[in-house]
Design a protein around this ligand. Structure first.
Ligand code: SF4
Length: 203
């Protein structure tokens, strides 16, 4: 068994590889981890690299792929994929959450594809005093590829004050995928399984 597949099977690292497709967004949320907005730097992963990295991920032993941003649906070519909905709970009344769950069900997104989690205090959330602190020790190891490098977690390549945070940067080199994958395995070492702020599904 390949090293990544074995580490995933043992729970040392997560099975999902994350790709930051882009950083621009049609919204400007106050808690945004990446300071995304319509006019920010796009930091876009080249479209032709996405299927190539996905193929490498499967060969390495990753079991799932997450595409995030920014708003990936602003990038042509992200269409036609399975949708998961992530909701942040800060300030959200139970009634509003129940209405949201009714909505995603009516649109064909089942409960198992709805993740509810807290705001993490990175990006714009720092300026607004929102969320919970989360460092490497708190975050599950989920390799995350961006145009600027490979990170420990999808909560790693955040932006604050217009600058990319690098405290959770693993390698600037992202291809071949085996390079950041090996680096992550070295860091994960014998730390064992972790839980983190993806949070429970409660709908
Ligand atoms: S990327 Fe998400 S959190 Fe950030 S502005 Fe867009 S919708 Fe809001």
């Amino acid at each position: 068994m390949r090293a990544v597949a074995q580490a995933v099977a043992e729970g040392t690292i997560g099975g999902r590889l994350w790709l930051y497709a882009n950083y621009h967004c049609n919204l400007t949320c106050t808690y945004c981890l990446t300071e995304s907005a319509p006019a920010v730097a796009r930091r876009q992963l080249p479209l032709d690299q996405l299927p190539e990295i996905a193929a490498e991920a499967r060969a390495e032993g990753f079991t799932a792929l997450g595409v995030t941003g920014g708003e990936p649906f602003l990038v042509p070519g992200a269409l036609g994929i399975r949708v998961r909905v992530a909701t942040t709970t800060e300030g959200l009344e139970p009634d509003a959450l129940a209405r949201l769950c009714e909505l995603h069900r009516s649109l064909g997104v089942p409960d198992e594809d709805h993740v509810v989690r807290p705001v993490v205090r990175r990006g714009r959330a720092v300026d607004h005093g929102l969320g919970v602190d989360a460092g490497l020790a708190d975050l599950p190891a989920e390799l995350t590829i961006t145009a600027d490098g490979a990170f420990w977690s999808p909560f790693g390549p955040t932006v604050h004050g217009g600058r990319l945070d690098t405290d959770l940067l693993i390698t600037r080199t992202t291809r071949p995928l085996s390079i950041p994958a090996r680096a992550m395995l070295r860091i994960a070492g014998d730390a064992g399984p972790r839980s983190g702020p993806e949070g429970p599904r409660i709908c």
